[in-house]
Write a protein that binds this ligand. Structure first.
Ligand code: SF4
Length: 483
C-alpha cells in the first residue's frame, strides 16, 4: 500500500554537499562564478552535508573558501571576502527528509488513498525540518550523530511528538518496543544542553486521554520552561484508516477533554505564567464551543501546528473591519492586519511558502469585488459570519462555500486537506469574479494538489480566476477589494 517502505533514518544515503538551485543575477555568488547545479562540498575546509551545515559554517564568517564540484566533475576552490551580513544571493535544493522507523497507529500515510500524490507517503522524521519548519519528530529514530548535531549547531527549538509519557502507551501508539519508545534520556540530554522543546500529543480516545493525558501534561509541565509548550491535537481518521484500535473523536469527547484540560491550564497559568498545554482548534469547533481569547494563547507558541489559528484570524479580521469602517483609511486595514501577524511569534525560520511559480503568475494582483471563498466544513461557519460582516461594511459580495472532503472522507473537515476533486465538487455553488482556495492545499514547490491534480487543470475548469491565498493573503485581498 505504501510508496515508501519504513526506512530507518540512518540508511538514507546521498552525495555530500548542497546543490545550488538559483543564483541572483547581481549578487555576490554570481560575481564569484557560482551557477545552478554546482555543489558546495566544503566551507573553510569543513564538510558540508546539506543546507543546514552550509548555513552553520558560513554564519558570521567574512573570509570564506568554498570547495565546489561543477556538474562536469571539475572541483574548484573559491576564496573570497564579504561584508558582515552580506547575502550571497543563492538558493539551495530542499532538504531530503529522513524517514521514521515507527508504525504509528494513526499514521497519516495509512489514511491516504492509493492515488494520493507521492509526497503524502513520505514518513518524514527529521530534526533538521523540525528546526527549520516546526515539523514534529518522535526522536525514536534519531541517531547519536543527529543528537550531537542538534546541540552543536543549536538546532533549537525542536518539535517533539511525545503523545504520552506513560511508556507502554507511547510504545503502543508508535508501534515500537518500549525500549525504542523511551526517549527520556534523549530529552534530558537536549534539555540539559539548553535545547528547547515544543511537545505534541495526538489525542486518541481511549488510549492516551483521561489519566494518561493528565500524567503527560503534568510530566511535561515539570520540564517548563525548557519544554516551552504542548499542543494537544485530535486524531483525524480518514475513511481509509480503519484500524480497529482507534476511535473517532466525538463532540462529547471534545467537551470532556476541554473540561479536563481547562483545570490544568488554570493551574499552569498560576504556577508557570503560561497556559502551557494548548488544545487544537478542532477540539473547540467539534465541541461546539468558541475558541479561547487572545490572552489564552500568549505568543501563539503552537500556531504552526494550527493551534490558535482561528483566534489569530478572528483578531486580524477585527482589525480589517475596523479599517474598512473608517472612511478613507482602507490602507490602514492592511497595515494593521499585517502588523498583527508580524506580532504573532513564529519559529525563527518558519515561513509560509510562496506559491509555486505557475501559481504566482496566474494569480498575482487579481482584484475583485465579489467572489467565492472555498474552505473546509469545519471553518466555514466561522468564516461565513466574518465575511457577512465584511460584505456589509465594505459593500462587497463574497460568499463562503463549505467544501466537503470526499477524497479523504471520514473525520477530515479541515481546509488544509481539500483536494482538486473536492473543489470541483462545489462548482455549482461558485459565484462572483474569483474563486479563493486555501494556499496550503497546493504543494509548496510544485503547482499540484493533494490528489495529484495540477493547479493548471483546476484553474482551467473554473470560469473565473482561481486564487490560492493563506489567511494573511485573504485579509490583504479583502482589504484591497474594499479600497
Ligand atoms: S505518524 Fe509520523 S512518526 Fe508515526 S509512522 Fe507516521 S510518519 Fe512515522
Amino acid at each position: 500500500m505504501y510508496e515508501f517502505a519504513v526506512t530507518p533514518a540512518v540508511t538514507q544515503l546521498r552525495r555530500p554537499g548542497v546543490i545550488i538551485t538559483g543564483v541572483e543575477p547581481d549578487g555576490l555568488a554570481a560575481e564569484l562564478g557560482l551557477c545552478p547545479d554546482d555543489r558546495i562540498v566544503k566551507v573553510n575546509g569543513r564538510q558540508v552535508r546539506d543546507y543546514l551545515d552550509f548555513r552553520f559554517q558560513t554564519a558570521g564568517e567574512t573570509e570564506l573558501t568554498f570547495r565546489v564540484k561543477k556538474p562536469d566533475g571539475e572541483t574548484i576552490d573559491i576564496e573570497f571576502d564579504r561584508d558582515e551580513g552580506e547575502d550571497l544571493g543563492l538558493d539551495f535544493e530542499q532538504i531530503v527528509p529522513r524517514q521514521c522507523a515507527n508504525e504509528c497507529l494513526f499514521c497519516f500515510c495509512k489514511g491516504n488513498p492509493a492515488d494520493a500524490r507521492p509526497s503524502l507517503f513520505v514518513r518524514d522524521e527529521d530534526i533538521r525540518l523540525s528546526f527549520l519548519y516546526g515539523n514534529y519528530t518522535t526522536l525514536t529514530s534519531v541517531t547519536d550523530d543527529e543528537m550531537k548535531r542538534i546541540v552543536e549547531q543549536r538546532l533549537t527549538p525542536q518539535y517533539v511528538s511525545v503523545h504520552a509519557t506513560d511508556l507502554a502507551t507511547r510504545a503502543r501508539l508508535l508501534g515500537v518496543s518500549e525500549e525504542r519508545a523511551d526517549i527520556s534520556l534523549k530529552l534530558k540530554h537536549l534539555l540539559d544542553n539548553d535545547i528547547e522543546i515544543h511537545a505534541q500529543v495526538v489525542l486518541c480516545p481511549g488510549i492516551n486521554d483521561g489519566p494518561v493525558l493528565e500524567k503527560t501534561l503534568t510530566d511535561l509541565s515539570s520540564l517548563h520552561p525548557k519544554v516551552i509548550s504542548t499542543a494537544i491535537v485530535p486524531v483525524a481518521l480518514t475513511r481509509y484508516n480503519n484500524d480497529e484500535r482507534l476511535t473517532h473523536v466525538t463532540p462529547e469527547f471534545c467537551r470532556s477533554t476541554i473540561k479536563q484540560v481547562e483545570k490544568m491550564q488554570k493551574n499552569f497559568r498560576r504556577d508557570l505564567g503560561t497556559t502551557f498545554a494548548f488544545l487544537g482548534d478542532e477540539i473547540y469547533l467539534k465541541a461546539g464551543l468558541d475558541v479561547p481569547g487572545r490572552r489564552h494563547y500568549g505568543n501563539y507558541p503552537q500556531i504552526e501546528d494550527g493551534v490558535g489559528m482561528i483566534r489569530s484570524f478572528l483578531n486580524a479580521f477585527e482589525n480589517l473591519l475596523a479599517g474598512v469602517a473608517r472612511e478613507g483609511q482602507k490602507r490602514e486595514a492592511i497595515g494593521l492586519a499585517r502588523q498583527y501577524f508580524r506580532n504573532v511569534r513564529t519559529h525563527p525560520d518558519a515561513r509560509v511558502p510562496e506559491p509555486p511559480a505557475g501559481v504566482i503568475s496566474a494569480t498575482r494582483r487579481i482584484k475583485s469585488r465579489s467572489g467565492s471563498i472555498l474552505t473546509g466544513e469545519m471553518f466555514a461557519p466561522i468564516l461565513s459570519e466574518q465575511i457577512g460582516r465584511y460584505n456589509e461594511a465594505a459593500r462587497r459580495n463574497y460568499k463562503v462555500v463549505a467544501v466537503p472532503n470526499t477524497y479523504f472522507g471520514g473525520d477530515v473537515a479541515v481546509a488544509g486537506l481539500l483536494t482538486g476533486q473536492d473543489y470541483l465538487g462545489v462548482m455549482d455553488e461558485i459565484e462572483g469574479e474569483v474563486v479563493i482556495i486555501p494556499q496550503h492545499t497546493i504543494k509548496s514547490d510544485e503547482p499540484i494538489l493533494l490528489d495529484g491534480m495540477s493547479f493548471e487543470e483546476l484553474r482551467s475548469k473554473f470560469p473565473v480566476p482561481v486564487v490560492p491565498l493563506d489567511t494573511q493573503g485573504l485579509i490583504d485581498h479583502l482589504a484591497a477589494s474594499a479600497a
